[in-house]
Design a protein around this ligand. Structure first.
Ligand code: SF4
Length: 65
């Protein structure tokens, strides 16, 4: 599974990082980018989906199941 953060949509709420710090990096302003090239380690798919569901800007999408 691979995810991507749309930097145009991200408003820097930091919620994704709070839920899944293993899957995201955030800058000093709270804007997120996907960690590890977006690759979600095995067993972390549910956490990734939770982060996606909790992004108020719908900025995170799954690009590969
Ligand atoms: S939850 Fe969404 S809007 Fe907030 S930092 Fe993460 S990707 Fe950006």
């Amino acid at each position: 599974m691979r995810i991507v953060v749309d930097s145009e949509k991200c408003e820097g709420h930091n919620r994704c990082y709070s839920i899944a710090p293993e899957l995201f990096d955030v800058d000093d302003y709270g804007y997120a980018t996907e960690a590890n090239g977006g690759v979600v380690p095995e067993g972390m798919e549910d956490k990734a989906r939770l982060a996606i569901d909790n992004c108020p800007e719908y900025a995170i999408t799954i690009v590969e199941e």
